[in-house]
Design a protein around this ligand. Structure first.
Ligand SMILES: Cc1cc2nc3c(=O)[nH]c(=O)nc-3n(C[C@H](O)[C@H](O)[C@H](O)COP(=O)(O)OP(=O)(O)OC[C@H]3O[C@@H](n4cnc5c(N)ncnc54)[C@H](O)[C@@H]3O)c2cc1C
Length: 556
């Protein structure tokens, strides 16, 4: 097992962002409360609902299908084809371990890759239509870091197809109750044990959802960065909520940047999947030179962190704000079949990818770190489980292989659902309590307590400034001085933003973003080496003697 360094962060003491009295708000009770409706939350719900006696409440802060899962393009990795001789389970294990740069939790790797095969088969049974060749056999593609073509896909909208099938199945289960457009403000705990969550519904009114088990499946935190591939729901709420509730957060410094995001004034930062390079796409500078062979023996299929840094180096050398992804080496019929959504989307901006290259640059893509969990999804807070991008099982170590995260959501979502269903018959329902009167400290209203911010805070300005700060100072390349000045800046925002009492999802989200940004920056400043996706220009080498260990932050 890999060692871990543990640090307490007493600066962030506030326990609840909002307080309530039992008599003043409505209450709901369920066996299992699931926060999040992406691949992890839906997989957990389906599994927990297999016992028709188990009552499940599933919450999402936006529309049910508005999540990172829906935007996944490339696919899901699984060694699935029984008649293939060029791949095996051990190869997938080895590739994942190699990608993880010395920090893989091998139990999580083996569990994901072994159980993932059945989870993907179940998706097909649920009606997911992955692409097939003319003979009707599943069509596999390859992505960076994978030694064989083992990625199942549905055009370039694989996530949308998976989300559709899971959501359709979930809607058929009478014991799963859905609450879309409902923001989870905080996890409720009593004496350090999970009791449910405080929610805010579409009517703006708070309500308490009490549950025997709570599963956190709130996804990642890409929107802490100015440039990101993530949808707007990914603001790191789950990380901040879990931290306030006493959960350990692990390896937050490891943020994966995707090298090829569309960079076009006025267009959203649309991801251009790595599969484009898998199929033969080539990165070129403005003069048309293919530059990746200069940086890595795998050229355009080098690991994502290497490609991201190479792009930034070329941009700096040439004083340009983007590079170009050239698809001219991919046959036109293949582009039409494999990348129809990219073709269509770019047409809307006057770019015909059959004839012209795509302007791209890196952006924040995936939160590798998260709430530390055991192999069954348990966190250190009793009754609180976590799965998907919000969790840190150690599967990805310090670097994630493309298409392994949908798989992780399927496997650990189901594991959490299974554990939560077992707990339904052994754990009592919590007794409602008021956070307004709870004692200070561990479960109380916060030792600092909310303060009146005095002058009106321009929340939008803080949000924009925070996202720029992280992009420039805690981005693809980091330096000690920048990290410390970022920490100082966030520390300056904390008292008047985090100390204030707000009453809308946008403002609670910003409070979460500030907390999460602080913790990510703190972790990045502590790790004085370069490993996986964490690159420190002042410590450019990997240092196994000092740093071959996970980093853990906790409130208590
Ligand atoms: C553009 C893009 C392309 C990708 N391509 C691939 C790929 O090809 N293959 C692959 O394996 N991975 C890919 N990934 C990564 C993968 O999609 C995600 O890691 C995975 O889908 C995360 O699933 P999840 O269930 O953990 O979270 P999500 O799917 O992000 O779901 C999070 C859920 O939590 C809810 N939520 C968040 N905060 C709150 C709150 N405060 N209250 C209530 N609800 C809340 C949201 O509403 C949402 O329902 C891609 C990611 C992106 C952004």
């Amino acid at each position: 097992m890999t060692a871990s360094s543990h640090e307490r962060v007493p600066e962030i003491q506030r326990r609840y962002l909002d307080t309530f009295r039992v008599a003043h708000i409505p209450h709901r009770f369920s066996d299992v409360l699931i926060l999040g409706s992406g691949v992890a939350g839906l997989s957990a719900a389906l599994e927990a609902s297999s016992n028709s006696q188990t009552e499940i409440l599933l919450v999402s802060k936006s529309a049910l299908d508005e999540c990172a899962t829906r935007y996944a393009q490339g696919g899901v990795a699984a060694v699935l084809s029984p008649d293939r001789t060029d791949d095996c389970l051990e190869n997938h294990v080895r590739d994942t371990e190699e990608g993880a740069a010395g920090l893989a939790n091998m139990a999580a790797v083996r569990t994901t890759i072994t159980e993932g095969i059945d989870r993907v088969r179940e998706l097909i049974e649920l009606g997911v239509e992955f692409d097939r060749d003319e003979d009707g056999k599943l069509d596999f593609t390859r992505e960076g870091g994978h030694s064989a073509a083992r990625i199942l896909h549905r055009g370039d909208t694989t996530g949308q197809e998976i989300e559709r099938a899971l959501l359709t199945a979930v809607k058929k289960r009478p014991n799963i109750h859905l609450l879309p457009n409902t923001f989870s403000i905080d996890l409720l705990t009593v004496d350090g044990v999970s009791a449910g969550a405080l929610l805010c519904g579409p009517d703006g009114q708070p309500q308490a959802a009490w549950a025997r088990t709570t599963i956190l499946a709130t996804g990642g935190a890409g929107h802490l960065y100015r440039e990101t591939t993530n949808p707007a729901v990914c603001t790191g709420d789950g990380l901040a909520m879990a931290f306030r509730a006493g959960a350990d957060l692990q390896d937050l410094e490891f943020i994966q940047f995707h090298p090829t995001t569309l960079y076009l004034a006025g267009a959203e930062r649309f991801l251009i999947t790595e599969a484009v390079r898998g199929e033969g796409g080539v990165l070129r500078d403005a003069a048309g030179n293919a530059f990746m062979p200069r940086f890595h023996r795998l050229a355009d299929l080098a690991p994502r962190d290497v490609v991201s840094r190479a792009i930034l180096t070329v941009m700096a050398e040439r004083n340009e704000n983007k590079v170009w992804l050239d698809l001219s080496g991919i046959p036109t019929p293949r582009i039409r079949v494999r990348f129809p959504a990219i073709l269509e989307f770019l047409k809307g901006f006057g770019i015909d990818i059959l004839k012209a290259p795509i302007p791209v640059r890196p952006s924040a893509h995936y939160s590798i770190g998260g709430v530390r969990t055991e192999i069954d999804g348990r966190t250190n807070v009793e009754g609180l489980l976590a799965a998907g991008e919000v969790a840190s099982t150690g599967l990805h170590g310090a670097n994630r292989l493309g298409s392994n995260s949908l798989l992780e959501g399927l496997v650990f979502g189901r594991r959490c659902g299974s554990l939560a269903a077992r707990r339904a018959s052994t754990v009592s329902l919590p007794r409602p309590f008021s956070t307004a009167t709870a004692r200070e400290g561990r479960d109380g209203g916060g030792s600092q307590g909310p303060t009146d911010p005095g002058n009106e805070i321009n929340l939008e300005d803080v949000r924009r400034s925070l996202k720029s700060l992280l992009w420039y100072k805690v981005g693809v390349e980091r330096r000690g001085g920048d990290l410390l000045s970022a920490l100082e800046q966030i520390r300056a925002w904390i008292p008047y933003c985090l100390g204030a009492q707000f009453d809308s999802p946008e403002s609670w989200s910003l409070q979460n973003m500030l907390q999460t940004a602080y913790l990510i920056t703190l972790s990045a400043s502590r790790r004085e080496e370069s490993r996986g996706v964490h690159y420190r220009s002042d410590f450019p080498k990997r240092d196994d003697a000092r740093w071959k260990r996970h980093s853990t932050l906790s409130r208590n």
